[in-house]
Write a protein that binds this ligand. Structure first.
Ligand code: KG4
Ligand code: ZN
Length: 347
């Protein structure tokens, strides 16, 4: 059974074809990063319009690459939320229309369930149960995962998501958008010993996060240290702040993950979402999980950030259990991962 996956929740148009017998047949991504870069962040109306322009051509080329035709598609999975309302509606409208034309079922996919299950597309997937650190531009969560749709929240960000903190700090330093890769690149040149930023909420029990103070810490450090600087010295300062910021976020996430693994008694850890693409985070998590005699799993880099493959895969898990929705569709800009149920309960 071939499933078409469609992702349009934010600023990437992602399409994939997943075969239940052969695995992933093709995936294509169109990133709007350049479109939004001059504004320093995503402009929702521009995002929706661009999805409308790009989605159908991208579906056509993905089907070609997969070597399948419209009628070979037996189900459609699309991101219904959470995300930007207009962007979600663009994808939902196309998904529902194609499902109607091809007379196949279409299923709503929760974007964060897509991220959560992305490591399942790899050659060595994790087995349930596992603890998942979901760190994206909109969410930072620690979740205990007993199976598909069986999620319990262990901790979450009380303010900015980890990716959001990267994006805002990068914008403040003038490093561009998206901020995560920009900070990571500058941190490579930074001196790790020059500044020591706090590790928020690690000195008290619990698994919640708070990242907005770190962004302010970076801002005040910049204001204090940049007086009279220009040229190479100013660039060096930015690199040193980028390094201190990245180290603080990474250490904080690693400390909380270690706690979550110990508290849950589950020593399989999955990292997913855009921030899971961060190399320093992956290295430090590997070291920590090695010391805990556990194992960490990640999606390949292209499937950490938004993509259609994870949506096709997550949708297939629900379609195969008989789950689908009717012709009427809605966007769910706010939708808690904890509201999902196991697909077996619904059929
Ligand atoms: O999962 P994602 O593509 O979109 C959302 O669902 O939000 O995550 C995007 C976020 C952005 O905030 C971006 O700055 C961050 O992931 N990100 C990174 C890296 N690559 C992307 N953060 C840190 N290091 C990276 N290498
Ligand atoms: Zn995402």
């Amino acid at each position: 059974m071939n499933i078409l996956g469609i992702e349009t929740s934010c600023d990437e148009t992602g399409v994939a074809v997943y075969s239940s017998t052969e695995g992933l047949l093709a995936h294509r991504l169109y990133s709007q990063a350049e479109l939004h870069a001059e504004y320093g962040g995503v402009v929702p109306e521009l995002a929706s319009r661009d999805h409308v322009r790009k989605l159908l051509p991208l579906i056509r080329t993905t089907l070609e690459r997969a070597g399948v035709q419209g009628p070979d598609i037996r189900g459609i999975a699309y991101t219904a939320g959470p995300g930007l309302a207009g962007a979600l509606l663009s994808g939902a409208a196309v998904a529902r229309s194609l499902a109607w034309a091809w007379k196949v079922p279409a299923v709503e996919v929760h974007h964060m369930e897509g991220h959560l299950l992305a490591p399942m597309l790899e050659e060595h997937p994790p087995a349930f149960p596992f603890v998942a650190l979901l760190v994206s531009g909109g969410h930072s969560m620690l979740v205990k995962v007993e199976g598909i749709g069986r999620y319990s929240l262990m901790g979450e960000s009380l303010d900015d998501a980890a990716g959001e903190a990267f994006d805002k700090t990068a914008k403040m330093l003038g490093l561009g958008y998206p901020g995560g890769p920009a900070i990571a690149a500058r941190a490579e040149q930074g001196d790790p010993a020059r500044f020591q930023f706090p590790r928020p909420m690690t000195d008290r029990p619990g698994l919640d996060f708070s990242f907005s103070g770190l962004k302010t810490y970076a801002l005040t450090t910049m204001q204090k240290e940049s007086a009279g600087l220009n040229g190479a010295a100013l660039e060096r300062l930015k690199s040193d702040i980028a390094r201190a910021f990245e180290d603080a976020v990474v250490d904080t996430l690693v400390i909380k993950c270690r706690r979550a693994v110990r508290e849950s008694g589950v020593n399989t850890l999955v990292l997913a979402g855009g921030v899971a693409a961060n190399q320093r985070l992956r290295e430090k998590i590997n070291q920590m999980m090695g010391a805990e005699e556990g194992q960490a799993y990640y999606p390949r880099l292209a499937f950490c950030t938004d993509n259609g493959a994870m949506i096709a895969y997550a949708g297939w898990q629900r379609l195969r259990a008989g789950e689908s929705q009717g012709l009427a569709f809605q966007a769910r800009p706010r939708w808690s991962l904890m509201d999902l149920q196991s697909p077996r309960l619904n059929c």
